[in-house]
Ligand binder design. Sequence first.
Ligand SMILES: *Cc1c(COP(=O)(O)O)cnc(C)c1O
Length: 417
Amino acid sequence: MSDRKFHPETLMMSYGYKPELSEGAVKCPIFQTSTFVFKNAEEGKAFFEVAYGLRDKGPTEEMGLIYSRINNPDLEILENRLSLWDEAEECAVFESGMSAITTVLLEFLKPGDLLLHSGPLYGGTDHFIQHFLKKIGVTTLEFHAGQPREEVIQLIKDSGKGGQLSFIYIETPANPTNALIDIGCCREIANQFSTNDKPVFIAVDNTYMGPLWQHPLQLGADLSLYSATKYIGGHSDVIAGAVCGSKAVITRVKTLRTFLGNMAGPWTGWLLLRSLETLKVRMEKQAANAKVVADHLLAHPKVEKVYYLGHISPEDTMQYAIYKKQYTSAGAMLSFDVKGGEKEAFRFLNALRLVKLAVSLGSTESLAEHPASMTHAGVDPDYRKKMAISEKMVRISVGVEHIDDLIWDIDQALERV
Ligand SMILES: *Cc1c(COP(=O)(O)O)cnc(C)c1O
């Protein structure tokens, strides 16, 4: 019995927390403190040696608490628990998804490097790549879901910068179309362009699938990134981000985080610890609701097309194979094209009475939005068209409400179209 390996959902209530260090409190308190008292000067010295990498941690030595920009119990326990879902060695938590993403890109890229990335990307990430990274001399190259490996390799070769390829950044499923990218295929490309001095790293923004339904590290990625604002937080009340990976890559990420100072605070850590206890039950309920909503929309006369992973046909061999290989669920994000255009999409959105008209996703309440004029308003119109992000598209993040109420709301709103 003693060597039983508990499931992550079992460990979310206790893992990494020692009640005896907190007056026996069953739950981890909020350590609202900026700094920590050392027992003596020798201990302070020893903690700093480890924190600043002056020597390796001893085999039984635990990293001591120093200062809340470097470490804090709410953050450390959260990082330990988040690592479990991805079976990662380590995790680093940030004050937002964007700070997690930008810190990773800044750590692994330098002027002159080539960054290969999938498209479309989350708007904030796209802006950082196109504006900031280009400004500091990083060359970027984009590929899309459905492009075969040989074509992507040719693209890299044609750029004349294959020797400088140092990072591959992908989002799968793509937002809001749910198009899929093969992580294993990206690994093969990365390996082909890696040398001993210059390994090519792969990061996957795994926000859309939470930590539950896709495990990028097992599929060949080096880093699994999250906007913890979405499923991990799950209650639309906190902004946060996380990165999971090997000890070696997370040590690099945490070192830069220490000096950028963009770690999450203790309150955020505590809120996310609370959220993690219900992560699996929330996500499973959301996915079950999403399936009913997606099937219902597919059969509705006012709906032209539904973009939902559970509807990928086996005849769509490439996408279907990736779906089967990479995902354990069809998720709880779906989009659909209403018959008509922007006017009809807006009528639907304005008529919703239960589902909230808001961006963001992964929360307990269902949210609907219009990608073309909201989350993807900054995307070039021609590019939007190419990616099938049309004026008639509506995106829904399905929550945990009673399914009959959700279907009622969607039906009554579609009636106004
Ligand atoms: C929301 C989101 C982000 C950004 O996260 P923040 O927590 O808002 O900074 C990045 N990627 C994806 C896919 C997102 O949905």
